[in-house]
Design a protein around this ligand. Structure first.
Ligand code: ATP
Ligand code: MG
Ligand code: FE
Length: 334
């Protein structure tokens, strides 16, 4: 089946056309990064307005790139949560209108389920069950994927998400927005053992995460240096912070794989672009005899293809949205 996927939960307006959940015919992404950059973060009202401006153009472009007509799609899948309510409503309203006008069924997709499904793209052999680490701007979840539509959350962050921590520390270090890629880049030139920041492992056998203590430790360290008038290299702080985050993500994910007996691990969400996370996870999976997957960078951060992909599996299962589907900014998985 061919699915049109629409994503507008945060600051990317995106539409994609995907065949059978894995083959991308088009994936058009308009990012508002430049618009929000001066504010150091996403301004919700500005985000909604720009989604309104772009959504029609982006969807039209997705059909043009795929070289198909409205009639060729079997359904329209759309993110209805979690995310910014005003932003979500733009994509959802558009998808409803398309569904009604073109006479195609509507499918509601959880944004996190979208991130997870990004791993099916260009990966014909990946099938549940497997373990997935969702690391994005707002989420840090370890999830056991039992089936295409069945998830068990094994652990999640108790405070900040991994991406949020990257963004906040980058702001403190004046590395700009978005912070993840900036820290990743700066860290390449730094010493990851310059400062041994704390790693929060929480209770034994817990698969939960906590990054707020690390964030405070970095801030305290910087304040201490400033008070003593000591010089420091931003690159060293970035590298040491990144190493602390990655150590915990890798250790907990591998421990969860061992505990559940799952042999395949997938990374998803914007932070799964991180070069150190990919490298360390690859090394550990190799030594533990685990198989690792992660999406191409374009499919890690927000995109319509992952929403169309997740929508396909719902289409196959006959799970369609009611006509009065509404945005749910706090939508949870499962
Ligand atoms: P959510 O998916 O939880 O609703 P979101 O949609 O804003 O949040 P994503 O688009 O999945 O999040 O990812 C954006 C996040 O990924 C940002 O926090 C960004 O800093 C982070 N990120 C992107 N690239 C990298 C990188 N190379 N290293 C670390 N973090 C990164
Ligand atoms: Mg974004
Ligand atoms: Fe996201």
């Amino acid at each position: 089946a061919i699915i049109l996927g629409i994503e507008s939960s945060c600051d990317e307006t995106s539409a994609a056309i995907v065949k059978n959940g894995r083959q991308v015919l088009s994936n058009v992404i308009y990012s508002q990064i430049d618009i929000h950059q001066p504010y150091g973060g996403v301004v919700p009202e500005i985000a909604s307005r720009n989604h309104v401006k772009k959504i029609g153009i982006i969807v039209a472009q997705a059909f043009k790139d795929a070289n198909i007509s409205y009639d060729d799609v079997d359904a329209v899948a759309v993110t209805y949560g979690p995310g910014l309510v005003g932003s979500l409503l733009v994509g959802l309203s558009f998808a409803k209108a398309f569904s009604f006008a073109a006479g195609k069924p509507l499918i509601g997709v959880n944004h996190i389920e979208g991130h997870i499904s990004a791993n099916y793209i260009d990966n014909p052999d990946l099938e549940p069950p497997y373990l997935t680490l969702v690391v994005s701007g707002g989420h840090t979840h370890l999830i056991r994927v039992d089936d295409y539509d069945s998830y068990e959350v094994l652990g999640q962050t108790r405070d900040d998400a991994a991406g949020e921590a990257f963004d906040k520390i980058a702001r403190t270090l004046k590395l700009g927005y978005p912070g993840g890629p900036a820290i990743d880049k700066a860290a390449l030139l730094g010493d990851p053992h310059a400062v041994e920041f704390p790693r929060a492992y929480l209770e034994e056998n817990s698969f939960d995460f906590s990054f707020s203590g690390l964030k405070s430790a970095v801030l305290n360290h910087l304040n201490g240096l400033k008070m003593k008038g000591k010089e420091f290299r931003v690159e060293d702080i970035a590298a040491s912070f990144q190493m602390a985050v990655v150590d915990v993500l890798v250790d907990k994910t591998v421990a969860a794989a061992v505990a559940t007996g799952l042999k395949e691990i997938c990374l998803s969400g914007g932070v799964s672009c991180n070069s150190l996370l990919r490298k360390k996870m690859r090394q550990r999976c190799q030594s533990e005899g685990l198989v690792l997957h992660y999406p191409k960078a374009t499919y890690c951060t927000d995109n319509g293809a992952m929403i169309a992909g997740a929508g396909y599996f719902k289409y196959e299962a006959g799970v369609f949205a009611p006509e009065d589907l509404t945005a749910d900014p706090n939508l949870r998985l499962g």
